[in-house]
Design a protein around this ligand. Sequence first.
Ligand SMILES: Nc1ncnc2c1ncn2[C@@H]1O[C@H](COP(=O)(O)OP(=O)(O)OP(=O)(O)O)[C@@H](O)[C@H]1O
Ligand SMILES: [Mg+2]
Length: 251
Amino acid sequence: MVSEPVIKTVHLDCFFGAQPVLKDINIEIPRHEILGVIGPANSGKTTFLRALNRLNYLHRTYSQTGEIHLDGRDIRKLSDNLLRKKIGIIFALPQVLPVTIFENVAYGPKVHGMTNRDTLCRTVEEALQRAHLWEEVKDRLAEPAVRLSGGQQQRLCLARTLAVGPEVILYDEPCSGLDPISTAKVEDTMQLLKADYTQILVTNNTKQASRVSERCAFFLMGELVEIGPTRDLFTCPQDQRTDDYITGRFG
Ligand SMILES: Nc1ncnc2c1ncn2[C@@H]1O[C@H](COP(=O)(O)OP(=O)(O)OP(=O)(O)O)[C@@H](O)[C@H]1O
Ligand SMILES: [Mg+2]
């Protein structure tokens, strides 16, 4: 690997109560990679994503051991605010705020201290452009965001994440509620964002993983079974369990 990975986990173990949910996960994710994460239900995919920006700790029974590094720094040295600014997350169901389209995107920058109206307007426009949504909403920025379609709401959530200047974007089954056209728009947007961001896509849809990701990780029952170039993982998996999953024998 040429440069230092953006994200690195070292012997990461995660627990809910006494139940081990992820076991000894060691992953390095280089800058600008789109990493796909696949695996059947309950394999720990969501827990892995939420470990990266410490969202799991919102659950009282959660604990973890091992290390997670962002740009070579242990994330325990970063505040929750800074960590979640650097590592944004998009959930399966779009979580728009009950305010206007503009205010949805302006919310994060305001929380982080941006008050100048012109700067805010520029930031909102740029984020919406990057999220591939500007042309569809530029004349209706003052409308409530809930009036947007599901696919537009998902790209609005992406714009909201982009507006605070992240390095890494996590997606947890972002297209599970979307039709094929909206899904294609999200996937196209991910490709355009590749130049500037590192992206991790959890998906139950193996076809989506093979379309979008460059490397892919297969999780099963809390174990990282296999990780490698997406084409290799789908054409000649090294582990029988990966083969069983991608050929539809379970999951
Ligand atoms: N808040 C929680 N409290 C207790 N256990 C949890 C919690 N969240 C997840 N778990 C457990 O952790 C394990 C992994 O769950 P996780 O949500 O990470 O799986 P997943 O691979 O994302 O599954 P899916 O494909 O269904 O989204 C499961 O056994 C689940 O029951
Ligand atoms: Mg999940």
